[in-house]
Write a protein that binds this ligand. Structure first.
Ligand code: FE
Ligand code: ZN
Ligand code: FE
Length: 195
C-alpha cells in the first residue's frame, strides 16, 4: 500500500464523517438554546453539504469511488454529542455541553483535512489540495465560531449556576452506569504505567 492509497483511505474516512454529520448537525442545532449557536450550527450544516460535494470532486480527480470506509471516530463523536443533548441540563449550560461536543467534531475534521492536504501535496495533486483547503478553512472558521460562542455561554452558565446550585441529581441510566464502569477500567489499566 502506497501513499496514494493512504490518501484515498483518509478521504473516504472524511467522506463518511461528513455524511454522518449531515444527519447529526440538525439534531445539535435543534437542541441548542442560544439563537446564534443554533444559527452557526445550521450554517455549518449547509457548508457540510458543500464539503461532501468537494470530496466527490476530489474522488473524481483521483479516479476512485468515494465510498468504502466508515468513519468510526466520527460515529463515536456523534454519539457523545447525542449524550450531551440528553444530559439533564438546560439553557446556557446545555449549550456549553453541545459546544464541547461540536468542537471535538471540528477538531477531528481539522486533523483529517490537514493530514490529507499534506499527503495530496506530496503527491502533486494540486486540484485536490485546493478543494481540501477550501473545506479546511471552513472547519477552522466553524471551530473559532464555536469557541467564541462558548466564551459567552460559559459566562452565562456560570451566572445561572449561582442561582440553582447543584439541584437534585437523577439516578444513573444503564448507559451511564456502563460508562462509569468502563472509565474505572480505563483508569485501572493505565495506573501501572503512571506511577
Ligand atoms: Fe466538515
Ligand atoms: Zn475517521
Ligand atoms: Fe465541520
Amino acid at each position: 500500500m502506497g501513499l496514494r492509497d493512504v490518501l484515498i483511505d483518509e478521504l473516504r474516512d472524511l467522506y463518511s464523517a461528513e455524511n454522518q454529520l449531515i444527519k447529526a448537525l440538525p439534531k445539535m442545532a435543534k437542541g441548542a438554546k442560544d439563537p446564534s449557536l443554533k444559527a452557526s450550527l445550521s450554517n455549518h450544516l449547509q457548508e457540510t453539504k458543500g464539503q461532501v460535494l468537494r470530496l466527490k470532486q476530489a474522488f473524481e480527480i483521483l479516479g476512485k469511488k468515494a465510498t468504502g470506509e466508515h468513519c468510526n471516530g466520527m460515529e463515536g463523536l456523534i454519539e457523545e454529542g447525542q449524550d450531551a443533548l440528553e444530559k439533564d441540563e438546560e439553557g446556557a449550560t446545555l449549550d456549553v455541553c453541545i459546544i464541547g461536543a461540536a468542537s471535538r467534531v471540528e477538531h477531528y475534521e481539522i486533523a483529517g483535512y490537514t493530514a490529507s492536504i499534506e499527503i495530496a501535496k506530496a503527491l502533486g495533486e494540486r486540484d485536490v489540495v485546493a478543494l481540501l483547503t477550501e473545506t479546511l478553512n471552513e472547519e477552522l472558521v466553524a471551530s473559532k465560531t464555536l469557541q467564541g460562542a462558548g466564551k459567552m455561554l460559559i459566562k452565562q452558565s456560570a451566572a445561572d449556576s449561582k442561582v440553582n446550585e447543584d439541584g437534585d441529581k437523577k439516578p444513573k441510566s444503564a448507559k451511564e452506569k456502563t460508562s462509569d464502569k468502563k472509565s474505572k477500567e480505563d483508569e485501572k489499566k493505565a495506573a501501572p504505567s503512571i506511577k
